[in-house]
Design a protein around this ligand. Sequence first.
Ligand SMILES: [Zn+2]
Length: 119
Amino acid sequence: MTPDELARFRHILETRRTELNRAIGVAQRDAQDAVEGVDEAGDPAVQGELADTALDIGTRRSDEYNEIDEALRRIETGEYGHCEVDGEEIDLGRLEVLPTARTCAAHARSAERSRPPTL
Ligand SMILES: [Zn+2]
């Protein structure tokens, strides 16, 4: 990967991290609002469900946030864009679709099967 390409992926990842930061904050506020709303009006069960959903979204986004942090760390160490199974360069098209990819397409199935899908 050329320095230009690396810089481009760094920018994509940093932009995504900024968006997630905002989204996590909103999800946490929604959860807080739902919890506080229980006393005021409506069905407590529904309010609780809303809070659970908002927290769940926040958690899943936090997972993606960690993935992005990890990818940015790999850019710093020069590991980014290399399959962590065989060390081969990951196809650029694959990184375009999944900038946080840790493995090449051939090794993705076994490595990512254990992880739940992200939003
Ligand atoms: Zn591989």
